[in-house]
Every structure is written in C-alpha cells, then in structure tokens.
Design a protein around this ligand. Structure first.
Ligand SMILES: Nc1nc2c(ncn2[C@@H]2O[C@H](COP(=O)(O)OP(=O)(O)OP(=O)(O)O)[C@@H](O)[C@H]2O)c(=O)[nH]1
Ligand SMILES: [Mg+2]
Length: 254
C-alpha cells in the first residue's frame, strides 16, 4: 500500500435533503491514505434523514440554517480542521476515488488550488441537455469576462490548502450557487495560473433529487459574473459560522 500522507484533510459536503445519496457519497471517500481525515457535512436544515445518516457514518455534522450553497461553504471553510480541503456535492456525481491522487498532486507540484473540470470526461446521463447548455453559456461568459482560462466554471470539486483562506482577498463572498465560479475567478486572480490549475475528472449521474432551479440559478450565476466584473457584487453575510451553531462535536446536532 502507498505510504500514508502525514497531513490532515477535510472533505466538505454541503447538504440539503440528500438522504438518498449522502451515505453513498461518504462511503465512496477513500480512507487510510492520510493521517487525519475529517468528513464535514454542512447541512442546511434538511427535512429528511440526511443528518442522521451522516452521523451514523461517522461524519462531523454542522448545521448552517442560513440558506444557500455558497453560505454552506463560507461556513465550512472557516470551521474545517484539516490543512487541506476537498469539496464535493453529496450526490455521488464527483469521483471521490480521485481524492488521494488529487491531494498528492497538489502537494507534489506545490500547488495551492485545483478545480476539477467535469465537462471533458462527463459520463452519459450526468448532465441534461439544458444543464449542459447552461454550463457552456456560463463557462463561456466567464472566460470572456475574466480571461482566466478555466473550462468548467460551475464545477463543485476543488482541492486546496486551507491557508489560502487566510488571505481575505481569497474568501468568496457569494452565499448562493455563484460561489462556485467565484472560487475559480479568485483563485486565478489571487493565486495565479501556476498555483491554481484545472484538472479533468469523471462526472456521474446524480443520485436523489436536485434542489437546483435551473433557470433561476442560471440567471443568478450570469448576473453575478457581470456584477463582479464591475465590482458591484455584495457580501450579505459575514465569513464563518453563526455563534453556538449545532455541531456534532457537541453531540447535539439532530
Ligand atoms: N447546506 C446547504 N447545502 C445545499 C443548499 N443547496 C444545495 N445544497 C447542497 O449543495 C450541493 C450542490 O447542490 P446540487 O443540487 O447538487 O446542485 P447542482 O450540482 O448544480 O445540480 P445537479 O447537477 O442536479 O446535482 C448538494 O450536495 C446539495 O445538497 C443549501 O441551501 N444549503
Ligand atoms: Mg450536484
């Protein structure tokens, strides 16, 4: 077996009503390849059994009552215990089996940030025609506006050193889906093309029902790209968790 990396890693999974997939996603994350591995669920007050299942699987569960995909990450990044952070959806779409190799690459190539491109190796059924088209429009617009050379602006799988968030300029501001493209824009701008790279990974069909609102989220993403370009994006909530939020470390999460 390959040697155990002497590092601590947190895999953050934002969840909202993912009872069908959260257990499978956690099970798919390889173990035993790094010294400390934390699976951190940031749950937006799911109404199903998401939190119970995650706790049964041994994950740390933090409840973030403020709505939004971006909001979950703006809390997760601040409370993650690992020196390295990996993100994925809790819906079995991203290849968890690639996590050890991606983290190893980040370290060996002295990188700060990897974003995983889903478009090059997307498997059949992973993206509906409309989602594929929306992704293309958003990714194209982002390339034109920012000239940053990223193929997949909407990917939710990133691998990075937690320390990059010590720089306030690297902290994303958006509480919704646009946080995903904001991460890549900031990474290329603040860290540079040599330290922030894009790597193609497989992308699979979703397990469980999506909460995404195709038109509404697509529009918000597009609007964000233009607003940010001219400096009109606003931060609505502060960085980090609410005080006294339930966290399974306190044993009182469900
Ligand atoms: N904590 C929290 N998690 C959320 C919220 N909205 C979505 N999520 C989670 O964020 C991840 C991404 O959302 P998805 O619904 O998969 O969005 P998507 O990947 O663009 O859509 P699909 O292609 O259908 O998977 C999933 O794990 C969701 O459960 C929210 O408001 N709060
Ligand atoms: Mg998803």
């Amino acid at each position: 077996m390959a040697e155990v990396l002497p590092i601590s890693v947190t895999v953050i999974l934002p969840t909202y009503n993912e009872e069908a997939a959260v257990g499978l996603t956690i099970d798919s994350i390889p173990t035993g390849w790094c010294e400390e591995l934390e699976i951190l669920i940031v749950d937006g007050q799911s109404k199903d059994k998401t939190r119970e299942i995650a706790l049964e699987k041994g994950a740390r569960v933090h409840v973030e009552p403020r709505k939004g995909y971006g909001r979950a990450y703006r809390t997760g990044f601040a409370i993650a215990k690992g020196d390295y952070i990996v993100t994925m959806d809790a819906d079995c779409t991203y290849p968890a089996e690639e996590v050890p190799a991606l983290v190893t690459r980040l370290i060996e190539e002295d990188l700060d940030f990897i974003t995983c491109d889903r478009l090059t190796k997307a498997e059949e059924g992973s993206m509906s025609g409309l989602h594929g088209f929306g992704n293309w429009v958003l990714s194209f617009t982002a390339r034109m506006l920012y000239w940053y050379g990223i193929k997949d602006s909407q990917s939710g799988m990133w691998v990075f050193r937690k320390s990059i968030m010590d720089n306030p300029k690297m902290r994303p501001t958006n509480d919704g889906m646009p946080l995903s493209q904001e991460m890549k824009i900031l990474a290329r701008k603040v860290l540079g093309k040599k330290k922030a790279i894009e790597v193609a990974v497989p992308y699979r069909e979703r397990v469980g029902e999506a909460v995404i609102h195709t038109w509404g989220d697509g529009w918000k993403n597009l609007r964000f790209l233009y607003f940010k370009r001219i400096g009109l994006n606003r931060t609505r909530t502060p960085w980090g968790p609410l005080d006294d939020n339930p966290d399974s470390i306190n044993g009182d999460v469900v």
